[in-house]
Design a binder for this molecule. Structure first.
Ligand code: GLV
Ligand code: MN
Ligand code: MN
Length: 419
């Protein structure tokens, strides 16, 4: 790889970064290669300890807020100026892989460590964030830490969230050692001058095109909904078919309506998923009296997402009337898409050119904490390829070479933004 025309001469320690990614992967609720680190689980807490140690090894100063966002800072020559931020998450959904989020946290530590080794001295402070609960597993709502940092979610709403066992955020964060008012999590205006998140693409495009760096110009808007269906239970042998009010079958019709509506929205970016579907009592010889679904519906456009949602709601109503099932349909979140900052995108593009790395601008179909950082700071993301586009599964894989390239581009981008 050629050195950039301008900026510090840095060398990413690829072996060290890969070792740390592999070590963090072993901190999991499930045996390797599966990575599961649900918010405030024992594995998440041990993962946080690992993150603190890695930040200290990179020579960064630590701070944590009341919801458990971890900040690791390199104080600049003018420490009162808004900082240049980076970071991602280390929580992982059940049955995940080792790279989602982790590359953006450990990669950013290594980017800053490499800048330090080069003798670079930033004017603005550089800060890496490990965001709390990017994944929605515990509370059904993703990006909890960045939503609170950006003031996008009212504190009372965050406090009202409950996990499957009925435990709330305040109870769980206290048990994890986080106290203080959630009101203090919101960042003061102008905290960040700019924000750049490094992440695996979680899609197949970069690998297919053999392009090592993607630069995010647009992040699709996620939304999710909770559907609870109340039917009537009974004996699977005794209740004859015309007499049934099967909550599971109403749910099945709704799940198929989600697929249909996403396919027919008119936008190829509309995607709909029913990733949670629970029934009660869950016995082979009993008619399900209750079903619980969580719907994930996303799009890079709001009009086609709204059209798909209207179709899903209408199909759900019809299925429930037909089956004599009562329905509660609640919105969990409906976030607008975000645009990458054109200046930050142009800087990343220039860094890639100077490093001799091919790059392309792209849309992120996955959501990220950057979706919420983009509301409070000019933001973009650096994507690297991952094998077959696989993510949210244990086979998720990115090469050390691509991870190093991503960290190198991040380091140079942050150095430029800091000056
Ligand atoms: C983030 O993990 C997402 O679901 O896009
Ligand atoms: Mn994820
Ligand atoms: Mn992620």
């Amino acid at each position: 790889m050629t050195a950039p025309k301008s900026g510090p001469r840095i060398k990413i320690d690829g072996a060290g970064l890969q070792r740390r990614i592999d070590e963090l992967a072993l901190i999991s609720e499930n045996p390797a290669p599966v990575v599961t680190r649900v918010l405030f689980s024992e594995a998440d807490l041990r993962g946080r300890e690992y993150v603190r140690r890695a930040a200290r090894e990179a020579g960064l100063a630590l701070r944590e807020d009341a919801v458990g966002n971890i900040f690791a800072r390199w104080h600049g020559r003018e420490p009162n100026l808004p900082a240049v931020g980076s970071g991602s998450h280390t929580d992982a959904i059940p049955n995940a892989g080792r790279f989602d989020g982790v590359v953006g946290v450990l990669g950013a530590f290594e980017a800053l460590a490499a800048l330090k080794r080069s003798g670079f001295s930033p004017r603005r402070s550089l800060e890496v964030v490990m965001f709390t609960a990017e994944e929605p597993t515990r509370f059904g709502l993703g990006c909890l830490g960045s939503r609170l940092m950006g003031g996008t979610i009212p504190v009372a709403r965050a406090q009202a969230l409950r996990d499957r066992e009925g435990r709330g955020l305040d109870e769980l964060r206290a048990a994890a050692g986080y106290s203080g008012s959630l009101n203090s999590v919101k960042l003061p205006k102008g905290h960040y001058h700019s924000f750049v998140e490094l992440h695996i693409e979680q899609g197949p495009i970069l690998e297919k095109k053999k392009i090592p760096i993607g630069i995010v110009e647009h992040i699709a808007g996620p939304s999710s909904y909770r559907v609870t269906l109340h039917g009537e239970g009974g004996h699977a042998g005794a209740v004859l078919m015309p007499k049934r009010h099967d909550a599971m079958l109403a749910g099945a019709e709704i799940a198929l309506a989600v697929e249909r509506a996403a396919k027919n929205s008119g936008s190829r970016d509309t995607v709909g998923t029913v990733g949670v579907f629970r029934i009660e009592p869950g016995a082979c010889n009993s008619v399900p009296f209750k079903a619980y679904l969580e719907i994930d519906l996303r799009d890079s456009r709001l009009d086609t997402r709204a059209k798909a949602l209207a179709e899903i709601r209408s199909a759900a109503r019809k299925a429930c009337v037909k089956r004599g099932v009562k329905m509660e349909f609640e919105e969990i979140n409906a976030d607008p898409p975000a645009d990458g900052d054109p200046k930050a995108v142009a800087i990343v593009e220039k860094v890639c050119r100077e490093l001799g790395l091919r790059s392309m601008r792209m849309v992120s179909r996955a959501y990220h904490d950057s979706l919420f950082m983009a509301r409070v700071s000019p933001t973009t993301m650096i994507f690297i390829p991952c094998r077959n586009g696989w993510s949210h599964r244990p086979e998720e894989f990115a090469t050390t070479r691509h991870i190093v390239a991503g960290a190198e581009v991040l380091a140079h981008t942050m150095a430029r933004l800091a000056d």
